[in-house]
Design a protein around this ligand. Structure first.
Ligand code: FES
Ligand code: FES
Length: 160
């Protein structure tokens, strides 16, 4: 099957079996290895990408479902040399963690920030909401405090 999609702002076409996982097509066929595999069964969020404006686990999506759709991966988060507000805040706050969990966290956080999901929330409510919205992104090693800090900083920057 020929699948055409808008990937990180460019039209890309790939010939694959329609049931191949989007995660594998990205990594193997399109050589975009920023999207990681953790659990492979929809539990960890490491493989998060943005499909038509929604954060999805690419390990659970078949490429055949992506024809004609808009997809952003972690490679498309920055605009040229300019990092996304979430990427800048993760670095500044010390919220960038390992190479497996961080790309998925950055993608899910960018979705939260870009969609204005924290708009109008006071600090306590915003923090609770971030924890809820990122509940599907798991780190097996450490805490989430600095990640939450970073997302709050990014959300404030974007709404300023
Ligand atoms: S690898 Fe997709 S959710 Fe864990
Ligand atoms: S899984 Fe990445 S730092 Fe824990």
């Amino acid at each position: 099957m020929n699948v055409t999609l808008e990937l990180n702002g460019e039209t890309r076409e790939v010939e694959v079996t329609p049931w191949k996982r989007l995660l594998d097509v990205l990594r193997e066929d399109l050589r975009l290895t920023g999207t990681k595999e953790g659990c492979g069964e929809g539990e960890c969020g490491a493989c998060t990408v943005i499909l038509d404006g929604e954060a999805v686990n690419s390990c659970l999506v078949a490429i055949g479902q992506c024809h004609g759709r808009q997809l952003t991966t972690v490679e498309g988060l920055a605009h040229g040399e300019v990092l996304h507000a979430v990427q800048r805040a993760l670095v500044a706050c010390g919220g960038a963690q390992c190479g497996i969990c961080t790309p998925g966290i950055a993608m899910c956080a960018s979705h939260v920030v870009d969609r204005g999901l924290l708009a109008g929330a006071d600090d306590v409510t915003a923090r609770a909401k971030v924890r809820e919205l990122l509940a599907g992104n798991i780190c097996r090693c450490t805490g989430y405090q600095l990640i939450v800090d970073a997302i709050i900083v990014a959300a404030r920057e974007v709404t300023r």
